[in-house]
Design a protein around this ligand. Structure first.
Ligand code: KG4
Ligand code: ZN
Length: 347
């Protein structure tokens, strides 16, 4: 099988239009990200209809910019990897339709990528790190829509060990930011405010749930934060730092419990919330203490971007997977769902 040396990645699942050219699954030749943050800010969250319209406007310029920065033309590419779910239906549809048109027009292979798988594969973009990533691997995927603990048994092989029972970690950050009057998206704003605060200033609840559970819950914590803010006796930076510490300690505790329970070799972090400074620090120091090697992508590759999609696509293509021209946007796509691939493509 010919190696898909140059893959164009496309990501439009939420409010970032992104296109990237990645060589051999590890060499990022370009990773253009057009954020719509400013458009959604005044609504305090992503408005799906506005997101899809903006993706439509930005898609072609973004792809052209990615090709130009990489110094390649469409005909130099081997394949197109596009996020096909989960995410916002209209937003996904722009990327999937555009990706299919590009691949069909230039005679390239096409592969649909699960957005969560994309986040996980941000860890494989660094070639040196990718060589070290041994399976089984526990992945903690923490984003705006997901808080999942996943056992990755091999490339493309996933078992969900636990997930949030209410809010996703990123959603909790965004809601706390709103309560603090910080704006959207809240995670980075809470993170920077927390730098000036004391994480031990206020005791907040940590929901570990039933003994041994690998699920998480953040709604009680969010309510407790709302209560503290309403009382008005704690400085906002102390609230931010204490909240961040509570989230990080629960997530780290659960992640290492999963490593111990499964006998996994390593722990990898993925998704927007893994850009959080407190979470990175907590997981790294606990990993050192417990002797568990930890992998975290650089902060700029934790949030939505197309390089991670190209990388996941590359690994799928290397396993012989392809998608057909009937590939569709699948807003509720689960990790490991192989219906996005052509039946004839063997593992
Ligand atoms: O993975 P992502 O870019 O998009 C989704 O797939 O959802 O994650 C976005 C989430 C948002 O909730 C955002 O507030 C959060 O990641 N986030 C952070 C940080 N950077 C982004 N949360 C905490 N600290 C950060 N530094
Ligand atoms: Zn994401």
């Amino acid at each position: 099988m010919k190696e898909p040396a140059l893959v164009l990645g496309i990501e439009t699942s939420c409010d970032e239009t992104s296109a990237a050219v990645v060589g051999a699954g590890t060499c990022i030749l370009s990773n253009v990200i057009a954020s719509q943050e400013h458009l959604h800010q005044k609504y305090g969250g992503v408005v799906p209809e506005i997101a899809s319209r903006k993706h439509l406007e930005t898609f072609i310029p973004c792809v052209n910019e990615a090709l130009e920065q990489a110094g390649v033309s469409r005909n130099d590419l081997d394949a197109v990897a596009v996020t096909c779910g989960p995410g916002l239906a209209g937003a996904l549809l722009v990327g999937v339709t555009g990706g299919k048109a590009l691949a069909y027009g230039a005679g390239l292979d096409l592969i649909g990528v699960n957005h969560l798988e994309g986040h996980i594969y941000a860890n494989f973009l660094d070639g040196r790190q990718a060589d070290e990533l041994e399976f089984p691997l526990v992945c903690l995927v923490v984003s705006g829509g997901h808080t999942d603990l996943i056992l990755m048994k091999g490339h493309g092989q996933y078992e969900v060990l636990g997930r949030t029972r209410d809010d996703a970690a990123g959603e909790a950050f965004d809601k706390v930011a709103r309560l603090l009057g910080l704006g959207y998206p809240g995670g980075p704003l809470v993170d920077s405010l927390a730098q000036k605060g004391a994480p031990g200033a206020v005791t907040l609840p940590r929901a570990y749930l039933e003994e041994g559970s690998l699920d998480t819950s953040f709604s009680g914590l969010k309510t407790a934060v709302a209560h503290v803010i309403r009382e008005g006796s704690v400085k906002p930076e102390d609230v931010a730092a204490s909240f961040q510490r509570a989230v990080a300690s629960v997530l780290a505790g659960k992640a290492f419990m999963a490593v111990e329970r499964t006998g996994a070799r390593r722990l990898a972090l993925a998704g927007g919330v893994s850009a959080n400074s407190e979470l990175r620090k907590t997981i790294l120091s606990l990993g050192r203490r417990l002797g568990v090697p930890v992998h975290i992508p650089p902060a700029r590759l934790c949030t939505d971007n197309a390089a991670m999609v190209a990388c996941a696509g590359y690994h799928g293509l290397m396993r012989g997977l392809r998608s057909g021209w009937d590939l569709n946007a699948l807003p509720n796509l689960s990790l490991g769902d192989t219906s996005i691939y052509l039946r004839t493509g063997g593992q």
